[in-house]
Design a protein around this ligand. Structure first.
Ligand code: GDP
Length: 327
């Protein structure tokens, strides 16, 4: 049976009243590459934006196997008990082509996925991290309009996706394994530096190793320059399977919100993120317009050959191609 077509108003009203089917369908529109879907998605988004008032957006990263989905399941369930509603999204650079490997398998968060106060959406597919991030950001706004006041964005601890999630969220949490001595556990120092909190998971397996690792990370954290938020990152221990230390992390996040709302960093950071995504979006659209331009399509092979044979410099070739879309 063909699905009924809804207007932008119907989508927005449905989302605002907590209709999950319409929320999911609106996110599918956002993820679609068809121009008519994108047009409708923009209209829905504009209507939902004023309604999107979330308490906090939390980024979660860590190497595969560290326990991210187990953590999210425990954390999500515990804060739902405190009256919050939780949306879980993902940015998964390994699933650009295959839909959502991070959250595609819903069994990873069995309990949470059944909870009516949780909404779990697999990572969007796309041909660039920037494109996926833009869709995730828009999906996040729709979730917030649907009344999910805590948004979790999960990513795997590899590559560029941490920076992207950092630019989408207020608070960035890194999960680590209790392997003392594995300094920074193969993760780039830069990732530790951009985090607001480190949590060593699986402390139930080896509490001694976990404590040693905590001391090492706390020492390393002291060496980083102070953050613009004026917040001091630190390291705690938790166990996602037995729930230990999970609510302490929520308490930490609440302290972070209080501090950064008081010193204005919270709002300033969200504003600068919005501007960042505006400029990212402009770049993406310029790139799309360039690649779709018929004159560019016609002349690109010859210009590429001229560059490869040394007849044209890269700068000259770029200039000539840009002129094709500007004039
Ligand atoms: P992800 O790849 O980071 O999402 O990791 P998962 O959440 O899938 O967890 C990987 C494995 O570690 C699973 O078998 C979990 O049951 C296990 N695990 C996760 N957290 C803990 C923990 O706190 N303690 C113990 N003992 N095992 C855990």
């Amino acid at each position: 049976m063909k699905k009924r077509a809804y207007t932008a108003e119907e989508y927005a009203e449905g989302i605002a009243s907590g209709n999950r089917v319409l929320l999911s369908r609106a996110i599918t529109l956002i993820e679609s590459t068809r121009p008519e879907h994108q047009e409708l998605a923009h209209q829905v988004l504009e209507r939902c934006m004023p309604l999107a008032k979330s308490l906090v957006r939390i980024g979660i990263t860590g190497v595969p196997g560290v326990g991210k989905s187990t953590f999210i399941e425990a954390f999500g369930s515990q804060i739902i008990e405190q009256g919050h509603r939780v949306a879980v999204l993902a940015i998964d650079p390994s699933s650009r082509l295959n839909r959502g490997s991070i959250l595609g398998d819903k069994t990873r968060m069995e309990q949470l996925s059944l909870d009516e106060n949780a909404y779990i959406r697999p990572s969007a597919a796309g041909d660039s991290l920037g494109g996926v991030a833009r869709k995730t950001r828009e999906a996040m706004i729709l979730c917030e309009a649907a009344g999910f006041d805590v948004v979790l964005i999960e990513t795997v601890g590899v590559g560029q996706s941490e920076t992207t999630v950092r630019d989408l969220t207020d608070f960035f949490l890194l999960l680590l394994l209790p392997n003392a001595g594995d300094e920074l556990q193969g993760m780039k120092r830069g990732i530790v530096e951009m985090c607001d909190w480190l949590a060593i998971n699986k402390r139930d397996i080896n509490a001694t190793a976990a404590k040693i690792a905590r001391a090492q990370y706390n020492n390393a954290l002291h060496l980083f320059p102070k953050k613009g938020s004026n917040w001091t990152a630190s390291c705690s221990l938790c166990s996602a399977t037995n729930g230990e230390g999970i609510l302490d992390i929520w308490e930490t996040i609440k302290q972070y919100i209080e501090l950064t709302k008081t010193n204005d960093f919270f709002d300033k950071n969200r504003k600068s993120q919005t501007l960042y995504w505006l400029h990212e979006s402009i770049q993406q659209e310029l790139g799309n317009a360039f690649r779709r331009n018929e004159r560019v399509i016609a002349q690109l092979p010859d210009i590429e050959t001229a560059v490869l044979t040394g007849k044209k410099s890269v700068s000259q070739a770029t200039k000539e191609l840009m002129q094709l879309i500007i004039f």
